[in-house]
Design a protein around this ligand. Structure first.
Ligand SMILES: [Zn+2]
Length: 406
């Protein structure tokens, strides 16, 4: 290899140091092929190093960063706007009183949802309105006791005979529970205290104009098992109260209780006194199922000053179409004699079928079907605001304008 001459040595040094080109014919030619501008003095910079190119690159990056920042800002502003607007779009507080206040995201998801408006059914009352989902302790504007607050709308009875149909033991059989909701009269559903998962069912029932009781298991005479956490005469007052509270606290929106079985317990004055005191504290009513002639339930309730009534007829002690029909004839006769009568049945297929036939026929004969609270109110001398008219116009217990019904 030949040792490089001075010119060549300089060239390699320049490459190594990335120094600017010197003015040399051959090298200048090479540099000229680039599109850079020549500097005064003939010295040229590498392409990327030239100020024009550098400015273009800086400008390009600045544009990209500016667009990205702008995009992010717009997105965050959109979210802020939505979050601010959503509370205004929510329904009035009364309609959501029971719901825990949802996060902005949940509010957004709920906003377009319309309140549950059940399909109208041709009931005589035509006064049912979907009540808001409420709990007993979240209605600061309504000071009435729970039995009035949660009472289903009742048609004006006037001088016509009225029947309250109460169906006990509800919630243990889901299929029959659903069928009860399709009966074309306001039914009082007594949900078994220990029944599971009844929140949605109870809400739908009330929206349809049905009324709710909690069915509290009590000790019978004999060996029949009344069920979970039944009230028995051997319990201490504290334990009776604790068990009753356990049943009551599992449900919502009910006007009172009635006894499941309980021929023994309801005849025990000391035990019933504990029960009635607890109901009184909660503003609830007591319906005496009268499973024993010796029951002291109604008289204990009356003595304590809580609204109460007793069952007039059991519909299905004998489960069979003709037996149930005979009991329905009996309750209609009692309603004509006494003005109002309370029938208690059970969610048997035969009972539901008999009611499905009986209700329209009885209506045609001038019978009015009412929630049990209407009978309790009359028998307790309580004035319950009558709502609606027999002519099919509708109204609401609360006095707010009725929703359109088909
Ligand atoms: Zn029962």
């Amino acid at each position: 290899m030949v040792a490089p001459g001075p010119k060549q040595r300089y060239f390699w040094l320049r490459i190594a140091n990335r120094a600017p080109m010197a003015s040399s014919g051959g090298q200048r030619k090479r540099v000229k092929t680039g599109n850079g501008r020549r500097k005064a003095g003939g010295r040229k910079r590498p392409f990327v190093g030239r100020p024009g190119v550098r400015r273009a690159i800086v400008f390009g990056w600045a544009t990209i960063v500016a667009v990205a920042v702008g995009f992010l800002l717009m997105r965050s502003m959109d979210e802020t706007t939505v979050a601010r607007q959503t509370p205004a779009a929510r329904p009035a507080p009364s309609a959501v009183a029971a719901a825990p206040s949802p996060s902005p995201a949940e509010q957004l998801a709920q906003t377009p949802r319309t309140p549950v408006e059940p399909a109208p059914r041709p009931r005589e009352t035509a006064v049912v309105a979907p009540p808001p989902p409420v709990t007993a302790d979240e209605i600061p504007y309504d000071a009435r006791p729970a039995w009035q607050r949660f009472a289903a709308a009742s048609p004006v009875v006037g001088k016509r005979p009225a029947i309250a149909i109460v169906i006990d033991d509800d919630g243990l059989n889901k299929k029959e529970a659903e069928e009860l909701l399709s009966l074309e009269a306001p039914i009082t559903l007594s949900i078994m205290g220990y029944a599971e998962g009844m929140t949605d069912y109870a809400r739908r029932a009330r929206a349809l104009g049905d009324e709710l009781l909690v069915h509290v298991p009590m000790e019978p005479q004999g060996k029949a098992d009344p069920g979970t956490k039944a009230l028995t005469v051997d319990l201490s007052p504290a334990e009776i109260r604790a068990r009753l509270r356990w049943h009551l606290d599992r449900h919502d929106g009910f006007v009172g209780i009635n006894n499941h079985m309980g021929s023994r317990f309801s005849s025990d004055a000391a035990g019933m006194k504990v029960v009635i005191e607890e109901l009184k504290g909660r503003g609830l009513a007591f319906l005496d199922s009268r499973t024993a002639a010796t029951s002291v339930g109604e008289e204990t309730a009356r003595a304590a000053g809580i609204p109460t009534a007793s069952r007039d007829v059991f519909l299905d002690n004998e489960i069979g179409a003709s037996a149930i029909e005979a009991q329905l004839v009996l309750v209609e006769r009692k309603a004509r004699e006494k003005g109002m009568a309370i029938a208690i049945g059970h969610p048997h297929a035969a009972t539901i079928e008999a009611l499905r036939r009986f209700i329209p026929q009885a209506k045609a004969r001038g019978i009015v079907f009412v929630p049990v609270s209407a009978v309790i109110a009359r028998r307790s001398g309580e004035a319950i605001e009558a709502v609606g008219t027999t002519g099919g116009a509708s109204g609401k217990r609360s006095g707010s304008p009725p929703p359109p019904r088909g």
